[in-house]
Write a protein that binds this ligand. Structure first.
Ligand SMILES: [Zn+2]
Length: 222
């Protein structure tokens, strides 16, 4: 290579200078873009870190609430298991009346003593007594309140009634109340009195109608 040639190559031409300038400005532009991109990424990262931190808090709060709810659910389950049957059926309870008879003396007559005995002397001369006719007792009917749990059956056409046995005790249980499958078997007025036999386990809607039935029975027993 000749000196001329070297000089030709080493003397920066205007073109080379322009290339250098261009390279400088390109580097500067790239650097500026890089810095602004870095800034943007740094800012975005900071925001993401905040979300991440919040997310951790939210997740931890959620987990805490979730555990609390689960505990409450189990606690409620335990309470329901411990709860008496009678309290659970509270909303289904209805008070009806049934009737029961108890023995009662007839009015005392005036032929006997205070113990309703009639004394007499046997043909052999021995003193003895017999019970007076008025000492025979007669059944007297009276209304008895009965608390039942009522459930609609047959798409509301009927009712099933249950009574809680051993109410208030530890071993209370639900007992099906016989003869009462149909709601229509509930006695609501006097027209049905004749069809009722003894009356045991018949259900009356109110105390008044049960008392009327008792009066009706008591009149026929005397
Ligand atoms: Zn008497």
């Amino acid at each position: 290579m000749s000196y001329y040639e070297e000089d030709f190559y080493h003397e920066p031409s205007e073109f080379e200078m322009q290339v250098d300038e261009f390279r400088e400005s390109l580097l500067k532009a790239v650097k500026e873009e890089f810095v602004s991109e870095m800034d943007r990424l740094r800012k975005e990262n900071a925001e993401l870190q905040e979300i991440k931190a919040n997310f951790k808090t939210i997740k931890s709060e959620y987990d805490q609430k979730s555990r609390k709810l689960e505990y409450e659910r189990q606690d409620l389950e335990r309470k329901v298991r411990r709860e008496r049957l009678s309290s659970l059926l509270n909303d289904f309870e209805v008070e009806y009346f049934t009737v029961a008879s108890r023995s009662k003396y007839k009015p005392k007559c005036d032929k006997c003593d205070e113990n309703r005995r009639i004394y007499y002397t046997t043909p052999s001369g021995r003193k003895t007594y017999e019970s007076c006719e008025c000492s025979n007792s007669i059944p007297v009917f009276e209304p008895i309140p009965i608390l039942l749990s009522t459930f609609s059956i047959r798409r509301g056409e009927g009712h099933a009634w249950y009574s809680v046995k051993y109410r208030g005790k530890d071993d209370e249980y639900l007992n099906y109340y016989e003869d009462s499958i149909h709601g229509c078997e509930l006695i609501t007025d006097e027209s049905k009195f004749e069809d009722i036999g003894y009356g045991y386990k018949t259900l009356f809607e109110t105390k008044e109608i049960a008392q009327k039935f008792c009066d009706y029975k008591n009149k026929s027993e005397v």
